[in-house]
Design a protein around this ligand. Structure first.
Ligand code: CP
Length: 310
């Protein structure tokens, strides 16, 4: 199958076959990351710009590492010290980056739809590195890649996503991606953190974590995004940990080999116990490592779309 999309904006807009192509491409790039010289010339001569309007550790660094492993030049723009502070609009910033001859723009923004707006306004490739509460497609792709690596398949798996569903772009992208590949997704949170319409996306919805975890093959644990809303939008932390926290005690009652995932950053003792985050069921740091291969695949494929057009 040939990749034809100029941009990666969300898993909602990809077919099952396109998601599978990204995962297969990531598999071959993962092999590259195990070589002594972890570099291929696939994007030599191309320039990747990382434009992040929100803080990031994992996503920004792994896009940079991914681009460098593909031999691209990489520019990181720190929005705090850019002309955004002087009032430059998102589209003007994007058009100037394009005028500076960038080939791929990786953007994270607090507003849902910001990468789509840039993609419509620019000829260069745009990759969504997380927009508001909308989507974080490369995070879901690396979550799915890690699950497939651990369990050998996605079809038929039972995956629970627990935590701050209301504010989570990771959750939305995971629901789209996992459902398209045939997994059964259940989202779990106290009622105040379950947004309207989430059930219509294809996930089962429950407020009972122990019930949700009963037959689960994997649990993806989300942090409270306190920065996104009024304090009254969140449950009390100790109460939340008692009722929803992923603890050793809770895991004793579920499948022994359940996979524990977390997109990070972790709030230890709020949504997950330290002993679980660092324990044998946890694949949290493997997710981070897999982010490199997955982002290499995404950068490689969107760049190919331009070449196909000529
Ligand atoms: N998972 C994730 O998006 O982490 P960062 O915010 O550190 O990029």
């Amino acid at each position: 199958m040939l990749w034809t999309k100029k941009d990666l904006l969300g898993l909602e807009y990809l077919s099952k076959e396109e998601i599978e192509l990204i995962l297969e491409t990531a598999e071959s790039f993962k092999e590259v990351t195990t070589r002594e010289i972890k570099k291929v010339p696939a994007l030599r001569g191309k320039t990747v710009v990382n434009l992040f309007y929100e803080p990031s550790t994992r996503t920004r660094v792994s896009f940079e590492v991914a681009a460098k492993r593909l031999s691209a030049d990489v520019i990181n723009i720190a929005v705090e010290t850019s002309s955004v502070r002087k009032g430059e609009t998102l589209i003007d910033t994007g058009k100037n980056i394009q005028a500076l001859k960038a080939d791929i723009l990786v953007v994270r923004h607090n507003c849902s739809g910001a990468p789509a707006l840039l993609a419509r306004s620019l000829a260069i490739n745009v990759v969504n590195a997380g927009d508001g509460w909308h989507e974080h497609p490369t995070q879901a792709l690396l979550d799915i890649f890690t699950l497939k690596e651990k369990l050998g398949r996605i079809e038929g798996l039972r995956v629970v996503i627990v935590g701050d569903i209301a504010h989570s772009r990771v959750c939305r992208s995971n629901i789209w991606g996992l459902s398209k590949l045939g997994a059964k997704v259940t989202v779990c949170a106290p009622e105040m953190l379950i947004p309207p319409g989430i059930g219509e996306m294809g996930a089962a919805v429950t407020c009972d974590i122990d019930e949700a975890l009963k037959d689960a093959d994997a649990v993806n644990v989300l942090r409270m995004q306190f920065e996104r809303d009024e304090p009254t939008a969140f449950p009390e932390q100790l109460e939340y940990f008692k009722n929803y926290g992923i603890t050793e005690e809770r895991l004793k009652r579920v499948k022994r080999n359940i996979i524990v995932m977390h997109p990070g950053p972790i709030n230890r003792g709020v949504e997950i116990a330290s002993v679980v985050a660092d324990g044998q069921n946890s694949v949290i740091l493997e997710q981070v490592t897999n982010g490199i291969a997955v982002r290499m695949a995404v950068l490689f494929l969107v760049a190919q779309a331009n070449e196909a057009k000529g």
